[in-house]
Design a protein around this ligand. Structure first.
Ligand code: ATP
Ligand code: MG
Length: 476
C-alpha cells in the first residue's frame, strides 16, 4: 500500500470512530448562495483560481478561506489567498509541478506562480476531535503534540471542512468560498460577526491562546487592521497572558512581528499591543524606554513613516523599525561600557552584540537585518558631524538613505543635537553640483580625531556619540 493510501485508510478508520461522533455535535452550517454575497471571482487572483479549479477538476473539494474571503467581503484588498481542500498535501504536490511541501507544525503545500505563492492546506481536525481520538488511539500521538503549557507542537491530523472550520482562530477567518457553486459556507456564524465588525475567537479563548499564543498577536493585528472590536471574552485573556509568548520560538515571532508592523497599520497595532500589555513580551528593552517622551515620539514617527511608505507602495525593511526599537537600549549599553573606560569603537561593537543577543531571546533577528541595523547605527555619527573628505563616500553608502531617514526622525523627535546635521543632509541631497561644492567647502577637513579625548559621561538615550569614522566605512 502506498503512503497516501495508508494515510487515507488510517484516517477512515479513525473518523468512523471518534471524529464522526464529534462532528455530529457541530451546529449546522449556513450556506450563503452566490446571489446573496458580494464575493465575485474577479476579486480572486488568477493564481488562486487556477489552484481552486485544478483541485476541483480532479475531484477534490476546494475552497478559498481566511483573509482572502474576509477582506474581499469587507471590500479590502487581501494580502494573500489561502486555499483549503480535502486533498492530502502529497496529492496537491502531484497535481502541481510548481509545488513545495513545507512545515512541520502544519504540513502545507505551497504552489508557486513566480513570486506569488498560494498556500494550500488540507482540512484539519479540530483539537477537540483529535484529543478524543488520542484517548482511543495510541498511534495517533505523532499527529497532535501538546507541550506542558497546552501549546500544540504538531497538528497534522486531517479532517473534514467542519472540523477545519472549528480549528481556525476567529469566526471571520472561517468562511469558505466554494469553487463548485460559488457559495460561502459558514459554520461558525462568521458572516454575522463580519457584519457587526466583531473579532471573536472560535471555542474557548483561553484554551485557544494556550494552544497557540500567537493567536493573541493575531487578534490585535487583525482588529487593528480591520478596525474591528475584539469580543469581550476573546479580549479578556490578552491583558494577562503575554507570558505565554515565551513558549513561541523566536523565529516564528519574528515573522509575526513583520506582519504586525509592516502591514500598513503598524502605528495602531503598536498602540493596541501596548494597551493589551503584549508589546513588552516582544520587545522588553524597548518597553522600558517608552516612558521617555522623546523616544516615544521617535517610535511613533517611525511607525507612521512606515505606514505611509506602505500606503505609497514604497519599499520598507523591518531593520529600520528594529533599529528604532532597540536604539535606546544600544545607547544606554554603549554609555555604560564607555563609563567603564572601554574605547568607543569597542563599546559600539559590544553594545550592538549585547542588545541584539538579548532581543533575539524574544524575537529573533535574522542576520541580514542585524547587518542593516548595525549600518544604520554606525552611520549616525559620521552623518551627525559630516567631514569634507567623507561626503561622497557616505552618500554612496548602500545604507545612506536609511541612516539619513533615521537621523531625520531623531531630529523630528526633538533631539536638537542632530537637527542642523539633518537639515544639512537634506539640503545637500536637494542641491545641484555647484551648490554641493560650496556646501562641502564650508565643512571642516575632518582630520583624524584624537582617540584620547573620551566622550562626556551620562549620555541621553538619543545620543549617538562614540562611533568611529572607520566603522561607517566598513559598511557594505
Ligand atoms: P492576513 O493574510 O491578512 O494576515 P489571514 O487571516 O489570511 O490574514 P493567514 O496567516 O494568511 O492570515 O492565515 C490564513 C488563515 O489560516 C486564517 O484566516 C485562519 O483561518 C487560519 N489561521 C492562521 N493562523 C492561525 C492560527 N494561529 N490558529 C488558527 N488558525 C489560524
Ligand atoms: Mg492570508
Amino acid at each position: 500500500m502506498g503512503l497516501i493510501q495508508k494515510i487515507q485508510s488510517f484516517l477512515k478508520g479513525n473518523r468512523n470512530k471518534s471524529v464522526a461522533s464529534v462532528t455530529t455535535d457541530y451546529p449546522s452550517a449556513q450556506i450563503i448562495p452566490r446571489a446573496e454575497h458580494q464575493l465575485s471571482r474577479k476579486h480572486i487572483s488568477r493564481h488562486a483560481l487556477n489552484v481552486l479549479y485544478r483541485l476541483h477538476e480532479n475531484g477534490f473539494e476546494a475552497y478559498l478561506v481566511g483573509g482572502g474571503v474576509r477582506d474581499t467581503l469587507l471590500e479590502l484588498r487581501p494580502k494573500d489567498f489561502d486555499v483549503a481542500t480535502n486533498a492530502l498535501p502529497e496529492q496537491v504536490y502531484q497535481l502541481f509541478r510548481n509545488c513545495r511541501l513545507i512545515g512541520r507544525r502544519f504540513r502545507l503545500a505551497h504552489v508557486f506562480f513566480g513570486r506569488d505563492i498560494i498556500e494550500v492546506a488540507t482540512f484539519r481536525a479540530s483539537s477537540q476531535a483529535i484529543e478524543e481520538d488520542e484517548d482511543d488511539n495510541n498511534h495517533n500521538h505523532n499527529a497532535l503534540l501538546h507541550a506542558d503549557s497546552g501549546m500544540i507542537m504538531r497538528d497534522n491530523i486531517y479532517g473534514t471542512l467542519i472540523e477545519d472550520a472549528w480549528r481556525r482562530d476567529f469566526t471571520v477567518n472561517a468562511l469558505y468560498y466554494s469553487i463548485k457553486d460559488y457559495s460561502i459556507v459558514d459554520h461558525v456564524n462568521g458572516i454575522s460577526d463580519l457584519k457587526q465588525r466583531i473579532l471573536r475567537m472560535i471555542g474557548d479563548p483561553m484554551t485557544r491562546y494556550r494552544e497557540d499564543p500567537v493567536r493573541m498577536l493575531r487578534a490585535v493585528r487583525l482588529a487593528s487592521k480591520l478596525g474591528f472590536t475584539i469580543e469581550e471574552e476573546t479580549q479578556a485573556p490578552l491583558f494577562q497572558q503575554s507570558h505565554l509568548l515565551k513558549n513561541v520560538p523566536p523565529a516564528r515571532l519574528f515573522e509575526e512581528v513583520v506582519k504586525l508592523f509592516l502591514s500598513g497599520h503598524g502605528t495602531v497595532t503598536f498602540e493596541q499591543l501596548v494597551h493589551y500589555n503584549l508589546f513588552g513580551a516582544l520587545f522588553p528593552a524597548t518597553a522600558t524606554h517608552l516612558s521617555d517622551p522623546q523616544f516615544h515620539k521617535l517610535l511613533l514617527l517611525a511607525l507612521r513613516n512606515t505606514d505611509k511608505r506602505i500606503s505609497e507602495d514604497k519599499p520598507v525593511t523591518p531593520a529600520f523599525l528594529l533599529a528604532i526599537f532597540l536604539w535606546p537600549a544600544y545607547i544606554d549599553e554603549k554609555a555604560r561600557l564607555q563609563e567603564q573606560d572601554m574605547i568607543p569603537v569597542e563599546a559600539h561593537h559590544q553594545a550592538l552584540a549585547t542588545v541584539l543577543k538579548q532581543q533575539s531571546a524574544f524575537v529573533a533577528i535574522p542576520r541580514r537585518f542585524a547587518e542593516v541595523i548595525r549600518a544604520i547605527w554606525e552611520l549616525q555619527l559620521p552623518l551627525h558631524s559630516p567631514k569634507r573628505r567623507q561626503i561622497f563616500h557616505l552618500i554612496s553608502n548602500q545604507r545612506f538613505r536609511a541612516a539619513f531617514d533615521f537621523l531625520e526622525l531623531r531630529a523630528q523627535s526633538g533631539d536638537n543635537s542632530v537637527k542642523s546635521a539633518a537639515t544639512w543632509w537634506s539640503d545637500f541631497q536637494a542641491a545641484d553640483e555647484t551648490l554641493r561644492g560650496q556646501m562641502i567647502n564650508k565643512l571642516s577637513q575632518g582630520k583624524k580625531r584624537s582617540r584620547s579625548k573620551s566622550k562626556p559621561k551620562n549620555k541621553k538615550a538619543t545620543d549617538d556619540s562614540g562611533s568611529s569614522d572607520e566603522q561607517s566605512q566598513s559598511d557594505h
